[in-house]
Design a protein around this ligand. Sequence first.
Ligand code: FAD
Length: 492
Amino acid sequence: MKQLEADVIVVAAGLSGLAAAISAAENGCQVIAFEKSQGTGGAANMGMGPLAVGSPIQRQQMVTITPGEAFRKHMHFTHYRVNARLVRDYYHKSGDTIQWLMDMGVQFAGVQRAFAADEVTRPYADGEFTWHVVLPSDGSTPGPRSASAMTKAMTDYAEELGVEFIFETPVYKIIMEDGYAVGVLARNADGEEIEARASAVILATGGFGANPEMIKEETNYEFGKTIFNFAVPGMTGDGLRMAWEVGAGKVQPSMELMYQLPNNMEHFILDGAFRQPCLWVNRNGERFMPEDQIGNTTFTGNALATQPGMIGFAIFDTPLLNRYKRNGPDILSHVHPHDLYDQFDAAWDKDIAEGYESICEADTLEELAEKAGIDVDGFMAQIEEYNEMCDNGYDEVFEKNRMYMQPIRKGKFYCCRQNVGAYGSLGGILINHRTEVLDTDSKVIPGLYAVGVDACNIYGDSYPFILPGNTMGFCLNSGRIAGENVAAAIFG
Ligand SMILES: Cc1cc2nc3c(=O)[nH]c(=O)nc-3n(C[C@H](O)[C@H](O)[C@H](O)COP(=O)(O)OP(=O)(O)OC[C@H]3O[C@@H](n4cnc5c(N)ncnc54)[C@H](O)[C@@H]3O)c2cc1C
């Protein structure tokens, strides 16, 4: 067995692992980071950017929210059911973390609400401007994967600081001696066993989004049936399993809920085109939320999860489609392109021809309901009520913004089945505000730390899109906090 030694072992080099490794190294530690995949960045490479409050970018854009305000908003949202001290420390550090990243060469395109729309309709009126969208390295318009420029800059800086990355080498066990975490066991791509010893171990393995059994066991969703989450390869819950094995306290993990089409990156235009306040119904044909709220993808995911079969249907007719083609989307997204409807016909025809099962079209409403699997009678009754309310210009049921009260009357009709989705899993390992892992009796397990989504237990039952960029924000800042505390514990 190969033997290695360092001050700190970081288990994984995704976003939180990178932040932890850099911060420990900046504070004088010799760091080894084991990474299961061939590269750094993990799921963060797919995203757009982190939350911060009180950053230099916000000051430039005259965004005035303070860390204290963000803390109170967060705690109100979670009903104080989460660790207030950890939440407080996270927000108070987050502004400085943007400067820290900029010093590494990360550039930001600016701060956004998660899914800003025009100021008149503001479906995201509750959202704060906290999402620091990373500028892609080629200076192009930000979109999915922009944040890979951030993880690349972090990796380069970590290497400059002397962090040793060991790739394709998953860690599978924490070594405990006399109640202390003193190292890890890992196995590289050639099957060689490695024992690495250190004064501290930081777990940062990104949750269990790619582990269907664990999703079922811990959250009761069925991957590919009731939930269509991003399953980034490698996120198999290793950190949670290893921590629980050595006696870590368990906080019941959840999924970071939103909604999306199955395989959505391959149907991206349609995925965006139906995220609109048109008519949304459940399998019984009944509306289930004010459609002007569907911009909050977490709330819509929650609402879908409470419907029969955990599905819903977004529907428009030809006049409404023509309106979108003329005016663009009612709800703008920073993720999907704004010229969605210029590309709609081509994307629709292709997916219909290929039999993509999430969509269907028909010339009559009865036929549409039948094809989609919606109760025909229930749907027709709903259509009658909805169209009448549109004609009257007022939604008596949910008070949807009247701008969106467009009747569904003229074929051809378009329908898209909507599913519960998730970015991945959230939480599981009990930590304190110093990111030290606690045992089932809430006592510190010396030498063991956990960061990132493995330990992100701060959202209560729902991801707080009101403070967008929150997962990357927590990952970066919990990583930084861990690195600093580990160094302080080692060097005093
Ligand atoms: C499509 C998409 C878009 C997103 N956009 C945003 C956004 O714009 N803003 C935002 O705030 N959040 C966003 N998120 C969420 C965010 O990217 C994640 O929450 C964040 O990257 C999690 O960081 P982490 O360090 O916990 O895990 P990750 O960054 O996922 O890293 C985990 C790492 O652990 C490694 N690993 C796993 N097991 C082992 C093991 N046994 N040994 C060694 N290594 C191991 C993995 O290979 C991986 O590299 C997005 C997520 C997705 C999927």
